[in-house]
Design a protein around this ligand. Structure first.
Ligand SMILES: *[C@@H]1O[C@H](CO)[C@@H](O)[C@H](O)[C@H]1NC(C)=O
Ligand SMILES: [Cu+2]
Length: 180
């Protein structure tokens, strides 16, 4: 009876994981990078911390949301504050608004390749992206496409949402914010 119960539990866990993981999942490294959307100190809270991260293929990037109402949207270097294309790329959705402390959920995605992954916050109230709320994973440090330049280029843009349904996340998954 005990053995049966644990097998059933294992199967449930496995199925749950399969359903939540993206279709193009690569082998996991077990490494998790935690990035805070929002800040208690920098730029009036409109800041990702850390905002320039180096990660390996298979690493997970887990966004924790601090006060205000932030998102994470994948972008290109050339078009700051705009999603890759409608329906493409990573989007957390507007699911993490919090007045104090961290949101009760986190948004996680897995690094699929070593290409620079540009992202921004798509909150229009307060112009978060234009104010410098953007970041990068695996910036090419030999090139001139830097995060500092992305921020300068973002100043005169208009923020675009990835889809009409601003609650629907894509390219990653939402899970409870577990204490470390
Ligand atoms: C978060 O921001 C979005 C977009 O501006 C808005 O539609 C939504 O109502 C906000 N949520 C909360 C809880 O403030
Ligand atoms: Cu924001």
């Amino acid at each position: 009876m005990v053995a049966f119960t644990s097998i059933a539990l294992a199967a449930t866990t496995l199925l749950g994981f399969t359903a939540a993981a993206p279709a193009n999942q690569v082998r996991s490294t077990g490494v998790i990078h935690r990035i805070f959307a929002g800040s208690t100190t920098a730029n009036g809270g409109l800041h990702f911390e850390p905002e320039n991260v180096v990660a390996q293929i298979g690493d997970l990037v887990e966004f924790h949301f601090l006060p205000k109402n932030h998102t994470v949207v994948q972008s290109s270097f050339d078009k700051p504050c705009e999603p890759l294309a409608s329906g493409a790329g990573v989007f957390s959705g507007f699911n993490f608004a919090t007045a104090q402390g961290e949101s009760k959920n986190v948004f996680t995605f897995q690094v699929q390749n070593k290409e620079p992954f540009w992202y921004y916050c798509s909150q229009i109230i307060g112009n978060h992206c234009q104010m410098g709320m953007s970041g990068v994973i695996n910036q090419n440090f030999d090139g001139d496409k830097t995060l500092a330049k992305y921020k300068v280029n973002s100043k005169n843009t208009k923020t675009v949402q990835p889809s009409a349904d601003i609650l629907k996340s894509q390219g990653g998954w939402i899970q409870p914010n577990m204490p470390l």
